[in-house]
Design a protein. Structure first.
Length: 310
């Protein structure tokens, strides 16, 4: 994957919280998995990953405004062969119609906001499928290129989302890892998404060595998101993607930070810490081991809860 930045990111690249995510490191490792989430083996038709029974993910393209060094799809990002042709979109729609167990569809990529026209067309088709009850879009564009949200094409897409969100729940999932990404311009773009589209805004974060494996950084990140109207949804343990293992953090340290954050963050601002561990099947929350529920021997009928913060 070649290095790719936007003018906006270049303007804030002096922050290590930004540069470590985007600027190539000569010490990049070579271990790890090429496709840690085994997405390729769940790609049922081109661009459609059906890995969980009731949910499916569409890769609208492999294009992003900037290239994150730790991307779990590092093997594909930037490759123009990921752009979906009309007949490929037809195949996806027809699969979704045949598989009425799929009720929740996520548009991802690549960044669906980077191709607003294709994404809009796709959404129109998806919203007509009765068995699909919920739609989501994953994006990083508000942080990589907030000024894109001033374009007419994105305005049109936000209007389309608003139409759909009056009929089906619609979530926009913003991938953000460091508070320095939340510049005034980016917050303004996020607020515009919320106001114009009426979608529910959620965030996703990855624990990244050298970027955010630190209580104060994450405390500030989740508070800033919460106060901007974004609900932190997931924080992932980083996948062991080939070439970027130096980003993968220590699970015990990450758990300790999560336990500490529970004291300082409102429940709504506190994301679920998720393991999408390599070559296992799916996303599971880590056991933070905070609460031990034990039967007290003297009073067998009573449940005692021991708070055991380490
Ligand atoms: C993450 C993901 C989903 C959605 O999972 P949730 O836990 O419902 O957010 C669906 N499909 C794929 C392939 C995914 O990676
Ligand atoms: S924006 Fe998302 S899909 Fe694109 S390179 Fe970054 S992490 Fe990967």
């Amino acid at each position: 994957m070649r290095e790719k930045l936007t003018p906006h990111l270049r303007g804030i690249i002096n922050s290590p919280g930004i540069s470590k995510q985007y600027v190539k490191d000569p010490n990049d490792s070579i271990g790890g998995y090429n496709d840690p989430l085994m997405e390729d083996s769940h790609e049922v038709v081109k661009g459609l990953i059906h890995k969980y029974k009731n949910r499916a993910l569409i890769k609208v393209s492999y294009q992003c405004a900037a290239h994150c060094r730790f991307c779990t799809r590092i093997r594909q990002i930037g490759d123009p062969s990921g752009n979906l042709a009309d007949d490929e979109i037809k195949n996806i729609i027809s699969y979704l119609k045949r598989h009425s167990e799929i009720e929740d569809v996520i548009l991802s990529g690549g960044d669906p906001f980077l191709t607003p026209n294709i994404t809009g067309e796709m959404l129109s088709k998806l919203s007509e499928i009765e068995s699909i009850k919920v739609l989501r879009i994953g994006t990083r564009l508000p942080l990589q290129s907030p000024k894109s949200f001033k374009s007419l094409a994105i305005d049109n897409l936000l209007n389309k989302i608003k139409e759909i969100s009056s009929v089906k729940p619609f979530y926009v999932l913003i991938h953000v890892n460091h508070p320095d990404e939340l510049t005034n311009e980016s917050i303004a773009a996020i607020k515009k998404i919320k106001q114009k589209s009426s979608a529910t805004l959620l965030s996703q974060t990855v624990f990244l060595n050298g970027v955010n494996i630190d209580f104060n950084t994450l405390n500030s990140l989740f508070k800033t998101l919460y106060f901007a109207g974004v609900t932190p949804y997931y924080i992932y343990h980083c996948d062991s993607v080939k070439g970027i293992e130096q980003y993968v953090g220590d699970i015990e340290l990450e758990k300790e930070i999560m336990r500490k954050l529970r004291d300082t963050l409102s429940g709504i601002a506190y994301p679920t810490y998720i393991a999408d561990l390599e070559n296992e099947y799916g996303k599971y929350p880590f056991d933070l081991g905070i609460i031990k529920t034990t039967h007290n021997k003297a009073h067998k009928s009573k449940l005692h809860t021991e708070i055991n913060i380490t």
